[in-house]
Design a protein around this ligand. Sequence first.
Ligand SMILES: C[S@@+](CC[C@H](N)C(=O)[O-])C[C@H]1O[C@@H](n2cnc3c(N)ncnc32)[C@H](O)[C@@H]1O
Length: 272
Amino acid sequence: MNRQREYVLGTNDAELERLGFQHRVWSEQAFALWERAGFGSGATLLDVGCGPGFATLDLARLVGPAGRIIAVDESPRFVEHLRERCQRESVGNVDARVGDVQSPDVAAGTVDGAYARWVICFVPRPQDVVAAVARALRPRGVFAIQDYFNYVALALAPRSPILERVVAAIDASWRARAGDPDVVGRLPALCAAHGLRVREIRGHARVARPGSVLWQWPTTFFRNFVPTLVTGGYLSQAELEAFEREWAARSTDPNSFFATPPVYDVIAEKPA
Ligand SMILES: C[S@@+](CC[C@H](N)C(=O)[O-])C[C@H]1O[C@@H](n2cnc3c(N)ncnc32)[C@H](O)[C@@H]1O
């Protein structure tokens, strides 16, 4: 695989663990979205860019033995991890496949629903993902998405110039790999272009306080990702060190808080 095109955050053990933790701190929002989308017992669902499959396993239990999850990710390592977990936990209704979500190998009109969380923001051609899902859905099938819009709105309070510098570097490196941290802003038009009716758009503005479980979400992301911005030439070593000092100080400051990057839910439906 072309390394430039590999998933920007990598597929190593630290990222796998971070994705598991991330799923736990966002699982309440995921389950609530699945419920509003009507995902339930007996459904066949497509998990678009499933990663190591933390949401996939919850979806597999949600649809039960009469349902099925087709889980697609480009990372052979993540897909293998999911397959091993399914075997270990006797989950028999997951079909985990290595593939590109911009051209997944799923028969037309065969799935009741699809879920894509933090995936469309990383692909160069979001329109191809929406087109592929629209094609795979049955009439009245539902596409439920959780992704970013206005990612750069994440902030420390009181404001932190060094965090703002790091966020600008994250944004630049993300876009340089043809990802889009504003991708939810394009989804209504993309859904309309592919015959999907947008039923709901809802935003999550969450606040993490030092010492909370949610505070660990940005902490693990910054720990894994910000050093790679130095390697990539987006940040200097001195800026990295200044940021690490700032984050450590804020992590014990009870008068500080962190506004998470805004995550949006989108529910779109294929007409009957
Ligand atoms: C932030 S992870 C999210 C994983 C999972 N959806 C979740 O919410 O836990 C992004 C995932 O998208 C996958 N990905 C990125 N581009 C892809 C593509 N073009 N085709 C398939 N998977 C892709 C990566 O391999 C990675 O597993």
